[in-house]
Write a protein that binds this ligand. Sequence first.
Ligand code: ADP
Length: 488
Amino acid sequence: MKKIFLAGEWVLGQGKPTVSYFPADGTKNDEFSTASVEQVDEAVRKAHQAWQQPEWRFSLPSQRARVLWKVAELIEARVEELAALQTRDNGKPLSETRGLVMSAAQTARYMASVLDTLDEELTNQRASDTLTLSVYEPLGVVAAITPWNSPIASEMQKIAPALAGGNAIVLKPAELTSLVALRLAELFEEAGLPKGLLSILPGKGSVVGNALVQHHLVRKISFTGGTNTGKQLAHVAAERLISTSLELGGKSPTVVLEDADLELAVNGVIYGIFSSAGQACIAGSRLFVHQSRYDEFVARLVEKTNRLRVGHPEDPATQVGPLIDENHLRGVDAYVQQAKAEGGQVVTGGHRVTGNGLDQGSYYAPTVITGLSNSATVCQEEIFGPVLVVMPFESEQELVSVANQSVYGLAAGIWTENYRKAWQLARLLDVGTVWINTYKKFSISTPFGGFKQSGVGREKGRHSILSYMQQKSIYIGLDSTPNPWCEG
Ligand code: ADP
């Protein structure tokens, strides 16, 4: 039975044991224990103690950076091992999980570099005879909660800036994917992170996650996951007046303008929705194509979609792997049935994929639906699967208004040869990230986060470390004469 990482010790979790399965074929990866509510309390208390040690709280940035540099090196030396583990845990093709592992290493290294060059501020003197100085201080204990779709990358996007900021962090990975987070803990141990500053507590959101965010010593909730859970956590944070960072769902529009290079656009659209089998918050799941190119575009799209190789995630030829589990497949299929009931035409896909050794996994065919308007359920709700809805548009004005008709505002894609138009459109779309003639590209130095119900706060970028810190302003009196106010 695999142990959990509680404040620097490997111990058996006192919660219900659980099993990790390989989504490709349902074989067992590992059995592991989950944390109990009492262990959550212990982890947070020990995190609080560890954070308060002057050796950490007032450590030099370069000391904290050293741990992150070392972790980056340890990850890079194990790309294949970690990618294989990530693939076993969530079923993403190896080609994708290698990218996630590299991104985790880059995040650790980037945060280390930023930390070492992050200067505090000497504020200008506005009052006479005082000098004011603003310093950034850590918040204390951070509660991090992550989903199953890109664990190693999203976990490092929380752990690295939180530790860089001088905090302690207690992380609850998703129920279905805890293996990589536990392996990451071993690497942090090897890198010399002092005990207590990191805990990995697998378990259910409603038990472990809930106990963690409710803990009175937690000073920030850093969450990636569904919008409904995000709202619940925002309530908890409001009640306790602690800060949050919420990376939530999306229903991202992609727009193909009249002058777009269709060859580029078709590939970009297909990658944007069908990579990761659509299990990405940024999946480009609503596609708007200019009326004059619509028929041609849909024909090319369907033709190329039909050629995608759905297969075992360890097969290097695979482009689309399995969905995370059977339950999720049923949910995706229910959305497709709903689309049909609302008058949509499934022009390709719309069924599970079996045969060729895929019978034991939850494989779903890349699916394209036409004939619906933006108010259809599948255009309004996040499916988190390989399902694309295509709609024609005539004027760009109408397009902006329809594309923005969504509770979400995570990302958008624009395909056009006219960059002036692309810029104007990009500014009008209510989303946190716009990709022009590309999609799903990421840079660790570029902030990421959602508008509207897609989230609050930004991850990545220089300032993400500051989101795990708070400013303290210190006034230093320079006047040597006693305050005259007191002199009768
Ligand atoms: P997804 O649909 O991606 O699984 P969820 O929001 O359900 O999104 O889950 C994301 C993470 O949030 C998981 O780690 C899950 O265990 C956790 N979680 C779910 N419900 C709660 C809750 N009430 N309190 C804290 N964490 C939760």
